[in-house]
Structure formats: structure tokens, C-alpha cells
Design a protein around this ligand. Structure first.
Ligand code: 5CA
Ligand code: ZN
Length: 427
């Protein structure tokens, strides 16, 4: 899939200091040491394109973007792979409800998502594939699981063929990421795409690998598997394997993906004889009116509507940054107003020259400590307040250099904001 146009990133020489990142699996913050020296590989779970980018999506992709920027500042090359879940029950149901072709619905939402990502200055992934684009590889992955004796069929009265499931009992690999009890798993699995009570399954959490063709649903020929379409988790295993290779460094997404999606993606990889991600990074849930913002509830604030109504996308970024990426929080107009005031003060400070090496170091230190953007904003607020009072000593300390070359302007705060935080303060 054509992704979107990445923003240019201001040239900021790397600090070379490692990113310390929270890993859901271990529950600890630890320095990220890539499996391949010099290159960090990150998989970001992408959208299910049936309702354009809401603030929850924006928060999650913003967090992944900060991760990329922090890894770059630690001196690493960064490779990102991201999927698009364009073949899935909720999308097909929405297309049916609205009387549109599922492909058209997906394409229109993927386009809107791209516009929103561009507006928010999120760097585009190197690999960006939808399920329908990756179908051959997905079929191959499910087939490998079948050949390895990890897949079994379940009788399917409403289809000619049978559905295929992954037998989790063979490798005993459930719960490696979440560490949850069976009770916790059971409390959410059904609302997150699972079917614990389906008759004929060997284990309640065994995930659907391949769904036999049903009347009116899209289907693909898949040899021994029969005509049908894939289950959810296998797409991310397959697109990660093709785009990054297994194992890779970090899988990222919202905390609603910890279980079952990330637990089960990892279990698929184990069933393939491979390891999956080394660490797992999860962003908190954004709420509106006391409930998680979600397409199924419909309590959404869309990025494109805010932008259409004249909100500066950089103010949206500042609202996101005001919250630590792992925290759950609630969207409010008041925070947006505060972010707009912040943006104006930062821009005014940048226009005055804005060199201040200590602030740049504070930004870096905050970012590499588990992407601590609230602390970064404290440093920027102090900088902006001082800049208003003019601080010739800081300008002096930053050294006299040529006017244009960003690299020759050590301590330039606008350059650092752009490179580290994706925050454009100057034109
Ligand atoms: N296609 C799958 C992942 S493979 C999916 O979860 N799609 S999604 O469109 O539902 O969500 C896209 C991303 O946004 C996921 O990482 C999800 O965890 C995150 N997300 C969804 N809702 C919220 C929310 N309210 N707050 C924060 N992140 C959210
Ligand atoms: Zn995923």
C-alpha cells in the first residue's frame, strides 16, 4: 500500500544514548538493545479501516512515532512495518450496513488515515501492507502451521468447508506477553474478536486461522485450506516476518491489544518455530465521556474534523504529548485550548532565536526515559517563559554560528522539537 509522505526530519546529530523503554512482558523499563547491531526493528499494529483516525488511534501512532524518533536519536537506523486490517468482521459488517463495497470503504478510510498521519507529522513505515495485499504470504503462513501440525479443523455448519484453528496446547505458549490469568483473559476475549464458546474447538483461546467461505463474504483460494479468509492475528505475524524478519525488537500498539492480539501473535510465531517481538510497548487508551474511544461505541473525535475546523495539527500533537503514552486519559476541549496556547508560546520563543542547549538536553533525557513527554513539555514551558524575558546569556552560551545550517546551531530548540518530538515550530 502506498503509505503517506513522511515529514522531513531536522538534522540533529544523534546523542548515541540508548532509549529506555517499558516492556509489557517484563513490566520493567530497560535499555533497548537491538537484535541486529545498528538497526532497530519495530512492528506497529495498524488500523482496521472502517472509521477514520480518531484521537485514540492518533495517540497510539504518535507514541510509535516518538519511539522511532528516540531510537534514531540513540544512533540507530529504524525499520518500521505496519499492517492494515482490511479484511475483518467489523469492516465487512460496516460495509454491508452502509451498502458499500468493503474495498471502497477500506480504501477511503486508508486515504483519510494517510492525510491525518501527514498532518500530524508521523514518519511513514518502511513496510505498509494490507491483508488483501499480503494474502499470498498469509495463506503460506497458515499452511506452514497446518504442515507443522498446529492447525485443526472445526465443523462449520454454515459453510461448505471447515474453519481452521491454531492449537495452542501444542506449544503451551499462551499468555507470554500479558502474563494474565485465565480469568482475566476470559473476561475480554469475546469482545476482542475471540470465540471462546465455539463448539468443536480444542481450547477456548485457540484463535481462528482461516475462515471457510460464507455466502456474501470475500474469499480467496487457499489450496488445502479451502476457499476462505484469514483470522486476525496471523496477518501481523506474517507482515512482521516479511517486513522485518523474526524475531524483531518491539511490537507496539494500544493496550487493548495486549490480550488477545499480542499474546496470540507471539503464540503463532512460536508455533512456526520462531520467536516474535523481544519487547512489547503499549500505549494507554484515550476516552471520551468516560468510555474508551472506540469505533464500536461511536464516541469518537476525529483528527480530520478538528483539522477541518481550523485546529493546528501541532496543537493536537501537544495534547497527546501532555500525557505519558502509557497513561489512560480523556480528551477534552479545555486541553486543546491549553495546547493551542502552548504552541503559540513555543512558536514565539522559537522566532526569537531559541537556542538553549540545556533545554535540548532536557528534551532528549525526557524522551529516552520511556518517552516521557510530560517532562519534555515542562522543559519547553520553562524555555518559552525565559525566551519571553530574553536570555542573551543562553544565546551566547550556544555559540555564535552561521544563520542557516541547523547542524551548526547547537542547542537550537526548534530543531530538536522537530527531530525528537515531531513538533514543527517554524515554517
Ligand atoms: N487492526 C488492528 C490491529 S492489528 C486494530 O486494532 N485496529 S484499530 O483500528 O482498532 O486500532 C488501531 C490502533 O489504535 C491499535 O493499535 C489500537 O490499540 C489503537 N487504539 C484503538 N482505540 C484506541 C483508543 N481509544 N486509545 C488509544 N489507542 C487506541
Ligand atoms: Zn496487529
Amino acid at each position: 500500500m502506498r503509505s503517506w509522505t513522511s515529514p522531513s526530519i531536522s538534522p540533529l546529530p544523534a546523542s548515541g544514548l540508548p532509549l529506555r523503554l517499558h516492556d509489557t512482558r517484563t513490566g520493567r523499563i530497560a535499555p533497548l538493545v537491538p537484535l541486529t547491531p545498528g538497526t532497530a526493528r519495530l512492528y506497529v499494529c495498524g488500523i482496521t479501516p472502517y472509521d477514520a483516525t480518531h484521537l485514540g488511534h492518533a495517540a497510539t501512532y504518535h507514541a510509535a512515532d516518538l519511539m522511532r524518533r528516540a531510537l534514531r536519536d540513540s544512533g540507530l537506523e529504524v525499520e518500521v512495518a505496519q499492517n492494515i486490517t482490511d479484511v475483518d468482521d467489523p469492516l465487512l459488517e460496516r460495509a454491508e450496513r452502509d451498502g458499500v463495497d468493503w474495498r471502497e470503504l477500506a480504501a477511503s478510510q486508508v486515504d483519510l488515515f494517510a492525510e491525518d498521519m501527514e498532518a500530524l507529522r508521523i514518519v511513514a513505515p518502511e513496510t505498509y501492507l494490507s491483508v488483501s495485499e499480503a494474502m499470498d504470504q498469509i495463506i503460506d503462513t497458515v499452511d506452514r502451521l497446518r504442515e507443522r501440525g498446529r492447525a485443526y479443523q472445526v465443523e462449520t455448519p454454515d459453510a461448505e468447508g471447515e474453519d481452521w484453528y491454531l492449537d495452542l496446547s501444542v506449544d503451551g505458549a499462551l499468555g507470554d506477553v500479558s502474563g494474565w490469568s485465565e480469568q482475566q483473559m476470559l473476561s475480554v476475549v469475546a469482545e476482542r474478536g475471540g470465540d471462546p464458546d465455539r463448539r468443536g474447538k480444542r481450547g477456548r483461546f485457540d484463535p481462528l486461522l482461516w475462515r471457510a467461505e460464507r455466502a456474501g463474504e470475500p474469499a480467496w483460494d487457499a489450496g488445502e485450506l479451502g476457499r476462505g479468509r484469514p483470522g486476525w492475528h496471523v496477518e501481523c505475524v506474517c507482515i512482521a516476518e516479511g517486513g522485518l524478519g523474526l524475531p524483531f525488537d518491539v511490537q507496539a500498539g494500544g493496550s487493548d491489544l495486549v490480550f488477545p492480539h499480542h499474546d496470540l501473535s507471539a503464540a503463532h510465531a512460536v508455533a512456526l518455530g520462531r520467536n516474535f517481538a523481544t519487547a512489547y510497548a503499549h500505549s494507554g487508551m484515550v476516552a471520551l465521556d468516560g468510555e474508551k474511544m472506540s469505533k464500536s461505541l461511536g464516541n469518537l473525535v476525529f483528527v480530520h474534523r478538528l483539522v477541518r475546523d481550523g485546529v493546528d495539527p501541532m496543537a493536537i500533537r501537544l495534547v497527546l504529548m501532555a500525557h505519558h503514552y502509557r497513561a489512560d486519559w480523556e480528551w477534552s476541549e479545555a486541553e486543546l485550548t491549553q495546547a493551542e496556547a502552548r504552541l503559540a508560546s513555543y512558536r514565539a520563543a522559537a522566532a526569537l532565536g531559541g537556542r538553549h542547549p540545556d533545554t535540548v538536553e532536557a528534551l532528549r533525557a525526557a524522551l529516552r526515559q520511556d518517552l516521557d513527554t510530560p517532562s519534555a513539555l515542562v522543559a519547553l514551558d520553562a524555555w518559552a517563559a525565559r525566551a519571553g524575558a530574553a536570555d542573551p546569556a543562553a544565546e551566547q552560551a550556544a555559540g555564535e554560528t552561521g544563520p542557516d545550517a541547523a547542524e551548526a546551531r547547537p542547542g537550537d530548540v526548534a530543531t530538536a522539537c522537530d527531530a525528537l518530538l515531531g513538533l514543527a515550530l517554524t515554517d
